[in-house]
Write a protein that binds this ligand. Structure first.
Ligand SMILES: Nc1nc2c(ncn2[C@@H]2O[C@H](COP(=O)(O)OP(=O)(O)OP(=O)(O)O)[C@@H](O)[C@H]2O)c(=O)[nH]1
Ligand SMILES: [Mg+2]
Ligand SMILES: [Zn+2]
Length: 301
């Protein structure tokens, strides 16, 4: 039997079928998936066959702790694997969508990843009240929100260094919320990388087009920057997983008369009663119904 250890590494960047794999000694290899499908994603641990000095082919993906993704009727989009926490970045300008935020929270909870919301651009004083107002149901549901300005490096590090310590965190959010600006405040060396990248693409702005993992300086934590999303389908979730995305339902679902209550129209439903009593926000219940309806439409195919 061949006793040669199979080389392994971690995917730190993914661009189509091109992967950058980091080895334990810190060296990098350009890797390509074997076969047509490229299923590896940033954060994946992979076994690969070296080719030449700095290339390789990915043989297989080692078992994942978790995988965060979104899906609609036609396709699945993987965000990252093996992450410890999700930092969902929102901002007052452009004003974030509470539908997309709510969906990202459901996705995180469905794979037991702790989500933290970062309300960025706190320096835009005039528009912050509306953003805070839009977050009040999320705060009431028990989610953690951190307000900061990514333009103030000292503030970013004071607010986040403890949160990020020893963890692999994924920055997720709509385009323009300030994910890459936040990354640059945390990892000064990343600035060069993002700028080079967008210039190479002729984009001129710092709009992120691929996902990449960076090591936090002076800490054992990692942070992943990702491109902004415009949609967040959750058609892969079961009804139970959708319910889990709404922690404010936790205390009242036990009160439903029917064990298979869908919390939409049934009599003696704990969720509907809490809604009527003003203990659950109508906006949150509407989001729940939208996600569930999309799911049912899909399972009819
Ligand atoms: N006023 C203010 N502007 C900010 C702040 N953070 C980011 N910006 C600006 O917001 C714009 C978008 O920032 P990016 O960091 O590129 O946003 P992103 O979330 O990475 O966007 P995508 O890569 O497209 O997903 C840039 O013009 C930033 O300078 C902040 O705290 N305050
Ligand atoms: Mg970006
Ligand atoms: Zn119910």
């Amino acid at each position: 039997m061949d006793k040669t250890p199979v080389p392994q590494g971690r995917v730190i960047a993914a661009h189509g079928r091109h992967y950058t794999v980091e080895l334990a000694d810190g060296s990098l290899r350009k890797c390509f998936p074997r076969g047509k499908k490229s299923q590896a994603t940033v954060g994946d641990l992979v076994a690969f066959t070296p080719q030449g000095n700095d290339e390789g082919s990915i043989d297989r993906i080692l078992p994942r702790r978790n995988l965060l993704y979104r899906s609609d009727d036609t396709r699945t989009k993987q965000f990252a694997a093996n992450v410890d926490q999700l930092l969902i970045v929102v901002a007052p300008e452009p004003l974030f969508s509470d539908d997309l935020l709510g969906r990202a929270l459901v996705a995180a909870r469905s794979v037991d990843i702790e989500p933290i919301i970062i309300l960025n651009k706190s320096d835009l004083h005039g528009s912050m009240p509306l953003a805070r107002q839009r977050l009040r149901h999320i705060v009431a549901a028990g989610f953690k929100v951190i307000e900061l300005s990514a333009l103030t490096t000292v503030e970013v590090n004071a607010e986040l260094s403890g949160v990020l310590q020893d963890k692999c965190s994924l920055l997720l959010g709509q385009s323009g919320m300030g994910k890459s600006t936040l990354l640059n405040a945390l990892v000064p060396d990343a600035a060069a990388a993002t700028r080079e990248h967008s210039q190479a693409l002729g984009a001129g702005k710092h709009t992120t087009t691929s996902t990449r993992l960076y090591h936090l300086p002076g800490s054992t934590g990692d942070i992943i920057d990702s491109p902004g999303f415009q949609a967040f389908g959750l058609s892969h979730l079961t009804p139970d997983e959708i319910v889990q995305g709404f922690p404010e339902f936790d205390d009242v679902i036990g009160l439903c008369r029917f064990y298979n209550c869908t919390h939409r129209h049934e009599p003696d439903c704990g969720v509907l009663n809490a809604l009527k009593d003003g203990k659950i926000a109508p906006e949150r219940h509407d989001l729940y119904k939208r996600i569930l309806a999309e799911n049912e439409a899909r399972s009819r195919y």
